[in-house]
Design a protein around this ligand. Structure first.
Ligand SMILES: *Cc1c(COP(=O)(O)O)cnc(C)c1O
Length: 490
């Protein structure tokens, strides 16, 4: 308007036909809300425009809903206005100022429509659509796992490099004994490659024949690395107290970074390292379980890790993970998912079949119901489930730290309200037993070599949907409406 002298309506037409909004998370901390006074001071002209966009939008809400029976217009304004409570709500601005709103997995988009952005969906349903995330097979198979990439090409040709749906053809080999053996030999080589890296960087000897159980992702409470390490702590106690018990050897591999100011996340990393130190050096354990924390988690490390994973830990509190993409990278490389029905895990299980994944825990609906009703009490579980009590008490009895108070904040946030956070807001205790039971199913399945080879191979064979080529094509066709440009290669 200022530079090209466009009238409002024309500028607004260009804006709304140009912009589109992809929501990547429903975690409140990631949805930008700026104080009006700050915004106004730093961006005075932009603020004037935002104010006018908001005025027109609030007008539109009133026109649309005034006089409609049973509709509280003020409540609609409260939940949808761009300027409210002295805040600029950037997500609301993006929805109003664009022609498309999408989530990044089916479940996530449904949660946006039914919960988080319900009022927007009711007012402008035509803007809403889903674009399930994807990953690139060029980096996460061709580059990261050359042994498997070459094997796949040998079996089905090389079209998968630009058309991942071709992986489907591997289904012909899932019951083929020779193919199963070759597939698992490649996995073993990749595990040896990672074991060498771990020995060099952590000084820990891990057995490539053990189950490589992998959780690598940003450290966040909703991703529940704490649930994982608590069950490791429980198993440590179990092996110590029942030394004769048969356990399938397992290597727990973690990788994560914590945001600079996120204390609980940093303390969780400290806990994982402390547990690793004790378990890896306890002769009573006889190497049955090992714990490794890989430093400086990033894509170059991730490539090495994904290729070597047997089990892909995707254990977020149901409803919290928008999509996840680590889950897809590990599936591509023949890891079996141990997860909740959250984010893209739902679609992964749909593709691979529930017999080829290990699913546990509360459903997203159950989580959202507990959140709404406020009727979850983790203390009841602590008091009634002796296994949970054993694991939690080890946080504060000095088993993993000379300073018994070091991990007290983790113990407290599981059992008590801390600040504005409810006790165990991510339902770790609630899912503890069902997670342990799923891990037991994994050890049993892994012990059956043929069964595991088939499951792992099925995961690679069924990953076709999760290429970012498919995702980008959907954006091109349904959101950006771009024409194809033919590039001549001379
Ligand atoms: C894929 C990837 C992620 C995302 O992992 P999620 O398990 O989906 O959270 C994060 N960091 C790196 C380095 C990755 O490669």
């Amino acid at each position: 308007m200022d530079e090209y002298y466009l009238p409002w309506d024309e500028a607004w037409h260009i804006t709304t036909n140009t912009c589109c909004y992809t929501n990547h998370t429903i975690m409140a901390e990631a949805l930008e809300k700026w104080p009006v006074d700050l915004f106004q001071r730093l961006l005075p002209r932009i603020y004037q425009i935002v104010d006018e966009i908001n005025r027109r939008f609030v007008d539109q809400i009133m026109r649309q809903y005034s006089g409609s029976a049973g509709i509280d217009v003020q409540a609609k304004i409260r939940s949808m206005a761009i300027l409210y409570d002295n805040q600029v709500k950037m997500a609301h601005l993006a929805i109003v100022g664009g022609h498309s709103v999408n989530g990044v997995a089916k479940l996530h988009t449904e949660i946006l429509k039914k919960r988080e952005l319900k009022d927007f969906y009711e007012m402008m349903p035509e803007k809403f659509n889903n674009k399930t995330n994807g990953i690139t097979q060029r980096r996460f198979l061709m580059h990261a796992n050359p042994l498997l990439a070459d094997w796949v090409t040998e079996k089905i040709g090389d079209e998968w490099i630009t058309d991942l749906s071709q992986m489907d053809k591997l289904k012909d080999f899932v019951n083929d004994k020779k193919a199963q053996t070759e597939f698992m030999e490649i996995k073993l080589k990749n595990k040896e490659r990672l074991a060498a890296y771990i020995y060099e960087h952590n000084g820990v000897k891990v057995d490539p024949k053990s189950i490589f159980d992998v959780q690598v992702k940003r450290l966040h409470e909703y991703k529940r690395q704490l649930l994982n390490i608590l069950t490791v702590m429980y198993k440590y106690h179990d092996i110590k107290t029942h030394p004769a018990k048969d356990v399938y050897p397992k290597t727990y591999i973690f990788g994560a970074k914590a945001a600079a100011g996120y204390l609980t996340a940093k303390l969780t990393i400290k806990l994982i390292n402390s547990v690793a130190e004790v378990i890896n050096n306890d002769p009573d354990i006889k190497g049955k379980i090992k714990v490794v924390f890989i430093e400086d988690y990033r894509v170059s490390k991730a490539e090495l890790i994904f290729a070597a994973a047997d089990v892909s830990e995707q254990i977020s509190t149901a409803s919290k993970e928008a999509s996840g993409t680590g889950n897809m990278k590990m599936m591509l490389n023949g890891a079996v998912t141990l997860g909740t029905l959250d984010g893209a895990n739902v679609e992964i299980v749909n593709e691979v079949g529930e017999e080829n994944a290990f699913i546990f825990g509360l459903s997203s609906q159950e989580v959202m119901d507990y959140e709404r009703n406020g009727n979850y009490n983790p203390m009841d579980i602590y008091n009634s489930d002796p296994n949970v009590k054993i694991a939690l008490d080890m946080l504060i009895d000095g088993t993993f730290s000379k300073d018994k108070e070091l991990f007290r904040p983790l113990y407290d946030c599981l059992l008590h309200k801390v600040g504005s956070n409810k006790a165990d807001q991510y339902f770790i205790l609630k899912d503890f037993e069902s997670y342990m039971e799923a891990q037991k199913r994994i050890s049993d399945a892994y012990a059956d070599k043929k069964r595991w080879a088939k499951m792992a191979l099925m995961n690679t064979a069924c990953c076709g949907k999760f290429s970012s080529d498919r995702t980008i094509q959907e954006y091109v066709d349904e959101v950006w409406h771009l024409d194809k440009l033919q590039v001549e290669i001379k």
